[in-house]
Every structure is written in structure tokens, then in C-alpha cells.
Design a protein around this ligand. Structure first.
Ligand SMILES: NC(=O)c1ccc[n+]([C@@H]2O[C@H](COP(=O)([O-])OP(=O)(O)OC[C@H]3O[C@@H](n4cnc5c(N)ncnc54)[C@H](O)[C@@H]3O)[C@@H](O)[C@H]2O)c1
Length: 287
């Protein structure tokens, strides 16, 4: 099955799962033209929310909005430009009169030589600009409109690579560690306004950016094989990490189900980062 067909059947399945946990709520999601952001936008809409999709990819963003229907709107936004983020927040307010949920999800992988000795600091700055500064700017401008209302939920996408070393290149790993730190720092201030701030740390999911990276690491290997490699990397047998798993975690964190959860990093990794095995031989193997 082609990647497009796979994606279409996936979103059809997703759109059949509905609820009302976000009835009357308005969400702004960055990086929602594809992948995790798109799955989460779909989930939020299917639970009653109106969603503004903010993404740097204009055409893909418009196509996504067409697929998601009248409760989705697109605004062009490059999260490295504070004025774009500010504009996306203002656009949401002018369209819907409120902003209840801000999901800072946009992020990029990094392509730089793997050794610290060869680290490309120009690439480091570029990745930090999107993955860290973009998140901080999103939180700043969401807070600007949420604080006067004394309510709101802010969510960010971190990663298991921000919890443990060795799972990705230093630059990406550092950027995601920073996201986990940012939500704790900001939760400390915003709790007095009733605003909750959390993040999600997903395991590897074969979205566009992971597939692009995999194709570079394994040139000439077909998509199906690359999918298998990513999906077999986890430890929880019988399941694989999918965008919908992150969307479910996001729905929980931004809904009233999590009304007393703030400053939390919800790890969605099938247990991967919780343990290491010593690899001792079984007792009957030792003589
Ligand atoms: N896929 C994974 O394995 C995985 C695991 C852990 C965390 N994450 C994180 O999840 C988030 C979403 O990634 P994804 O896997 O859905 O990948 P994706 O490539 O499908 O989606 C990323 C989206 O961000 C957008 N974007 C990139 N730069 C932007 C910018 N400057 N301004 C606005 N939008 C921008 C892209 O256009 C794209 O739509 C990222 O923060 C990523 O780091 C992904």
C-alpha cells in the first residue's frame, strides 16, 4: 500500500472515534499540517474543539484543513518568527474569541555529524531556534491571552530522546531535554493563574521527518522495510507507537480529565525509557 493510501485509511479510522471532551474549546496547534500534530488536530475536532493549524507548509496545511472540515482553520506560521506566533494567537482570538489550548508541537530532526567533536553549531542554532525558541515563543504568546482569563492548557511535544542519551544526535536530544525543562519552569509561574503546562515524550513514530531521516541513513532501502525497522525498535511486544497514541495522550492532558496535572512529562514509549536489562544469563545456563 502506498504512503498516501496508508495515511488516508489511518485518518478515516481516526475520524470514526468521537467524543465530547473538548466541547466548546479552541485549540491552536503548531506543526499540525502532518504527523502527530495532524492526528491530534483530528482527535481534538472529533471531541468537539475548533482547531487552528499553524504550520510553515502552506499547501499541506490547506490540504489538511480541507480533510478535517469546517472546525479546522489554517494559518501560516514559522515558529522561529515571534511575529508569526503572535499573529497565529491573535488570528485564533479574532476568529474564535478565545484560546483554551496551545499545543507547541512543531519540531525538526537534525542532520549534523554524530560526534560532539564535529558538531555543526550553525545547525545546532537552527534546530534550537525551532525546537526550543519556537516552543518558548508559543508559550509566551499563549500565556499573554490565557493569563487574563485565569485558565488554559499548554502542551508541548518533547521526546524520549530528551530523557536519555544515545537515542539521537546530540542537537536533537538537547533540544528535547530543554522542552522538558521549559514546561516545568513555566508551570511554576502559571499555576497561580490556573494554567496547566505539560509535555508528551513519544517514542519513535514513522512520520514524515523520521522516514526522511531513515531514508538518509539507509539509502535505497524501500519504505516498507524502513517502517519495519522503526516499528520494531520498541520493547512493548504486540504494539507500535503511532501518532494516535500521542493524540490520545494530548486529549487527556488538555481535557478536564487532567485538571490537576501540571508540570508533567507524559512518556508514551511502551516502557522503553523505564528500564535497562543487565542481560545476565538464565540460571540454568550458568554452570
Ligand atoms: N516522529 C517521531 O518519532 C517523534 C518522536 C518524538 C517526538 N517527536 C516530535 O513530534 C513533533 C511532531 O513531529 P512529527 O513526527 O509529527 O513530524 P512531521 O514532520 O510529520 O511534523 C512536523 C510538522 O512541523 C512543521 N514545522 C517544521 N518546522 C516548522 C516551523 N519552523 N514552523 C512551523 N511549523 C514547522 C512541519 O511542516 C510539519 O508539518 C516534533 O516536535 C518532533 O520533534 C516526533
Amino acid at each position: 500500500m502506498s504512503r498516501t493510501l496508508l495515511a488516508q485509511s489511518f485518518y478515516r479510522l481516526l475520524s470514526s472515534q468521537t467524543g465530547s471532551k473538548l466541547e466548546g474549546k479552541v485549540a491552536l496547534i503548531t506543526g499540525a499540517a502532518s504527523g502527530i500534530g495532524k492526528a491530534t488536530a483530528t482527535k481534538f475536532i472529533n471531541n468537539g474543539a475548533k482547531v487552528v493549524i499553524a504550520d510553515i507548509q502552506q499547501q499541506l496545511g490547506q490540504e489538511t484543513v480541507e480533510q478535517l472540515g469546517p472546525n479546522a482553520t489554517f494559518v501560516t506560521c514559522d515558529v522561529t518568527k515571534e511575529s508569526d506566533i503572535s499573529n497565529a494567537v491573535n488570528f485564533t482570538i479574532s476568529k474564535h474569541n478565545q484560546l483554551d489550548i496551545m499545543y507547541n508541537n512543531a519540531g525538526v530532526p537534525c542532520k549534523t555529524p554524530p560526534s560532539i567533536v564535529d558538531l555543526d553549531l550553525a545547525v545546532f542554532d537552527k534546530v534550537m531556534d525551532i525546537n526550543v525558541r519556537g516552543v518558548v515563543a508559543g508559550i509566551k504568546h499563549a500565556s499573554r491571552v490565557m493569563i487574563p482569563h485565569r485558565t488554559g492548557s499548554i502542551l508541548c511535544t518533547a521526546s524520549v530522546t530528551g530523557l536519555m542519551g544515545g537515542l539521537s544526535q546530540h542537537t536533537y536530544s538537547v533540544s528535547k531535554s530543554a522542552v522538558i525543562g521549559i514546561i516545568k519552569s513555566v508551570a511554576a509561574e502559571l499555576c497561580k493563574y490556573g494554567i496547566r503546562v505539560n509535555c508528551i515524550s513519544p517514542f519513535a513514530i514513522p512520520t514524515q521527518f523520521v522516514m526522511d531521516e531513515m531514508s538518509q541513513i539507509y539509502p535505497g532501502v524501500d519504505d516498507q522495510r524502513l517502517l519495519e525497522i522503526v516499528n520494531n525498535a520498541g520493547v512493548l511486544k504486540g504494539a507500535k507507537c503511532e501518532p494516535n497514541d500521542v493524540a490520545n495522550a494530548a486529549l487527556y492532558l488538555v481535557s478536564d480529565d487532567a485538571k490537576y496535572v501540571s508540570g508533567h512529562n507524559l512518556v508514551v514509549d511502551g516502557g522503553f525509557s523505564s528500564f535497562k536489562s543487565l542481560g545476565f544469563p538464565a540460571p540454568d545456563e550458568v554452570h
